[in-house]
Design a protein around this ligand. Structure first.
Ligand code: DOR
Ligand code: ZN
Length: 435
């Protein structure tokens, strides 16, 4: 039997969760020692991490990678690079590809391709209904039993609107120990919708997307999940009212979790006054009152985690008139900085809290055993190093994605990902993906 020589790296002078500086020794992908003076050993490699914060690698429950079908905007490879550079070690690739990920062939392709690239674990999300049509359940069990081991199902982009289909989906996923991630949008209330229904949309002449279209579905699905005893995950919560519904549902023992996007934490519908479709997203940017309420709800745990809804779009689908533009914005490489700006700087979350919302909770929700783990001896070296003092200016053209549709163009943001390790392997360092 041949054994390959073990490799040891020491991350020197780093602050786990922003606490006291230590050295972290990593051997063969596992944390083998944490303490002082470990870098003095005769080790293969030392990474000077003075001043940097170590967090468990980030987990994104909501990423659009566009492969198969729209490889002109993003591929599993370019999206993996963006993810690693953003500090992510696992991402969930949404099912609204072309063909739709509603069968074992597509989900196995996504999983296999992600592993070949090796920068981040790419977990395919399976569609709930065939072709995202909302009519007939997809073969959830086949996808769950495939080599991709799908545990998260979603028709994201579209709502599973039919309550009977939703009920059956919850019953199936309960049996599979999986979870339905709902894009909560009552379609009858959002026909032709272009912007948050409110004063600004009225003034701009854009058809409104009312908050109640989200809140009504979240309330309905919380009731259904409780009735069935199944788990429900709510995608991209965008309104204060949804946070209130979730608070109520959690208090009565519903097995519900929820995510919020960086853009709904930071931006509001004032952005729309320029009519620049880079700000068009679904659900739409809401009011400042909503954004504030979402930050509070993330701080108090009503919202479990941050998910990017990274949604690359081609220039021709974004640089056009508002009504023709596709909804969505890039998110993987800016998420940490937006969380620092909206949650850490105002004192709503400390670094332990960032680890919770960016890594631990999403890993738990998706049932990933080796992600979101504590930074401790014996645990996988799946770690993100963050420079809390850094500031950087966003340039869409410099991001790793093929598409460039970032709403943060030219903005200076706080906090930067300096390095990412996936099971001890360096996947990003100083702005370069390393595979
Ligand atoms: O803004 C969005 N873009 N919201 C969605 O639900 C889908 C996504 C996409 O696929 O572009
Ligand atoms: Zn969605």
């Amino acid at each position: 039997m041949s054994t390959s020589p073990s490799t040891t790296t020491v991350i020197k002078g780093v602050r786990p969760y922003g606490e006291d500086a230590v050295d972290i020794e990593v051997t063969d992908g596992v944390i083998t020692a944490i303490g002082q003076g470990l870098a003095n050993k005769d080790t293969a490699e030392t990474i000077d991490a003075a001043g940097l914060v170590a967090l468990p690698g980030f987990v994104d429950l909501h990423t659009h990678l566009r492969e198969p079908g729209r490889e002109d905007t993003e591929t599993i490879e370019t999206g993996s690079r963006a993810a690693a550079l953003g500090g992510y070690t696992a991402v969930f690739a949404m099912a609204n590809t072309d063909p739709v990920a509603d069968n074992a062939v597509v989900v196995e392709h996504v999983w296999r391709r992600g592993q070949e690239i090796g920068l981040v674990d790419v977990h395919p999300v399976g569609a709930v209904t065939v072709g995202l049509k909302g009519e007939k359940l997809a073969e959830l069990g086949t996808m769950a039993r495939s080599s991709a081991r799908v545990r998260l199902f979603s028709d994201d982009g579209l709502c599973v609107a039919d309550p009977l289909i939703m009920r059956r989906a919850l019953e199936y996923t309960k049996a599979l120990d999986a979870v339905i991630a709902q894009h909560a949008e009552e379609p009858r209330l959002t026909v032709g919708a272009q912007a948050h229904e409110g004063d600004l949309a009225a003034r701009l002449g854009l058809a409104g997307w009312p908050s109640v279209a989200e809140e009504a579905i979240v309330a309905r699905d919380c009731l259904l999940a409780k009735h069935v005893g199944a788990r429900l995950h709510v995608c991209h919560v965008s309104t204060e009212g949804t946070a209130e519904v979730l608070r109520w549902a959690k208090a009565r023992g519903t097995r519900v979790s929820a995510e919020v996007t960086p853009h709904h934490l930071l931006l509001d519908d004032e952005r729309l006054s320029t009519y620049d479709p880079v700000n068009k997203v679904n659900p739409p940017l809401r009011t400042t009152t909503d954004a504030k309420a979402l930050r509070q709800a993330l701080a108090d745990g009503t919202l479990d985690c941050v998910a990017t809804d990274h949604a690359p779009h081609a220039a021709q689908d974004k640089d056009c008139e508002w009504s023709a533009a596709r909804p969505g914005m890039l998110g993987l490489q800016t998420a940490l900085s937006i969380v620092v700006a909206t949650m850490v700087e105002p004192g709503l979350l400390d670094w332990r809290g960032v680890a919770r919302v960016m890594s631990e909770r999403p890993a738990e929700i998706a049932g990933l055993p080796d992600q979101g783990r504590p930074i401790a001896v014996g645990e996988p070296a799946t770690i993100t190093l963050v420079d809390p003092a850094a500031r950087w200016t966003v340039r869409g053209a410099e991001l790793a994605s093929i598409a460039t549709n970032t709403p943060y163009e030219g903005m200076e943001l706080p906090g930067a990902v300096v390095a990412t390790f996936l099971r001890g392997k360096l996947t990003a360092r100083d702005g370069k993906a390393t595979a």
